[in-house]
Design a protein around this ligand. Structure first.
Ligand code: GFB
Length: 335
């Protein structure tokens, strides 16, 4: 298949400051793409269709990586379901629609492995989507993410748009969120073990039973895969992206402990939710296309820990999650 775009294409990375968006930016720059378009939150509210349309009209992107959204770990998903469903539904719909209206040549949308049914057989094949009930701790987010995939498929079917979706497994890496109330497990545990080390604490508290299994992919591998698929994949079926192996949360903490502070003991807080028991992706289709991850989990944890140490102030600041709350307050009508 010919390459989908050139070094001079106008490429919009929607969500360029996040974990995934910043990795895609790094990768595009490293490969010599020169026309990279971005929009900060203050410049463009991606939830507003009129604003998004004007931005597309003014900037005329040819290629779009749609990786913007409100994201977070199990606690943030459970406690802020309204933000997770509202922001994501709107951001995905406005951007896909504007991409259609303004003739974007190709768009890539990123789902998440939490969109598969909670009790799926493992490893999870792409065709298991919408075959059973979702994990309750992240159902609103998962519904929005499924809607994003359906948007891409529907615009492809009705209007012939070249919009593709990928479904990455749990991600981590530089620019991750290390705020303990909203982060995912891997950055949370790097921070907790690091802080235990600084304080000379003997124990680190890990949420849940430690038995759920998770698959982790370094975000630089994901970015590499996104560019590869943008050039070499143009189908309606969303493609799983992962490593093909998983481990328990307990085993993950153990690996982090060995890298950061081997002396610390792991204490489980079983009052906290476990979430999905397992979500290992079947990556056969991806492998058949010729892509495979490169960064091992130990290597990735060590590099992410290094990044965390060098960016502690930025990394531990809670992410800007007030946008929707403000928005909702402004628009609330008194009864
Ligand atoms: O990464 P995580 O928050 O999200 O949690 P999910 C994974 C597992 O790690 C759960 C356990 O079993 C947690 O109980 N865990 C242990 C911890 N200690 C901690 C901790 O200190 N912080 C966190 N956050 N977890 C999310 C979804 O699910 O995955 C999202 O909620 C999204 O929708 C994302 O899809 C990729 O893997 O459970």
């Amino acid at each position: 298949m010919r390459r989908a775009f050139s070094r001079n294409s106008r490429i919009f990375v929607a969500g360029h400051r996040g974990l995934v968006g910043s990795a895609i930016m790094r990768r595009l720059k490293a490969e010599g793409y020169v026309n990279l378009l971005t929009a900060d939150r203050e410049q463009l509210d991606l939830r507003n269709q009129a604003d998004v349309n004007s931005w597309f009209r003014d900037h005329r992107p040819e290629i779009v990586f749609l990786v913007a959204g409100t994201v977070g770990g199990i606690l943030a998903n459970s406690t802020r379901p309204a933000e997770f469903i509202y922001d994501n539904l709107l951001i995905h719909a406005t951007t896909v629609h504007a991409a259609y209206l303004y003739g974007v040549q190709k768009l890539m949308y990123l789902g998440s492995s939490c969109i598969y049914p909670r009790a799926c057989s493992q490893p999870i094949k792409e065709e298991y989507l919408l075959t059973g009930p979702l994990e309750p701790t992240n159902e609103p987010y998962a519904v929005a993410k499924i809607a994003g995939i359906k948007l891409c498929q529907s615009y492809r079917e009705q209007y012939g748009c070249r919009f593709v979706s990928v479904i990455p497994t749990n991600l981590y890496g530089p620019n991750d969120n290390f705020d303990l109330d909203s982060s995912h497990v891997l950055p949370a545990l790097i921070r907790k073990v690091h802080e235990a080390k600084l304080a000379g604490q003997k124990e680190v508290v890990v949420w849940g039973t430690g038995t759920p299994r998770r698959e982790f992919l370094h975000v630089d591998d994901l970015a590499d895969c996104c560019l590869f698929l943008m050039h070499h994949y143009d189908g309606s079926l969303p493609l799983n992206v992962g490593t093909g192996t998983d481990l328990t949360i307990y085993e993950l903490v153990d690996r982090i402990r060995k890298i950061v502070y081997p002396e610390v003991e792991i204490v489980l807080d079983a009052e906290k939710p476990d979430g999905m028991p397992r979500k290992l992706l079947d990556i056969h289709r991806l492998e058949e296309l010729g892509w495979r991850f490169k960064i091992s989990l130990d290597e990735g944890i060590a590099a992410t820990y290094q990044w965390f140490m060098e960016h502690q102030e930025k990394a531990t600041k809670p992410p800007d999650s007030n946008a929707t709350t403000l928005h909702a307050t402004q628009h609330r009508v008194s009864r």
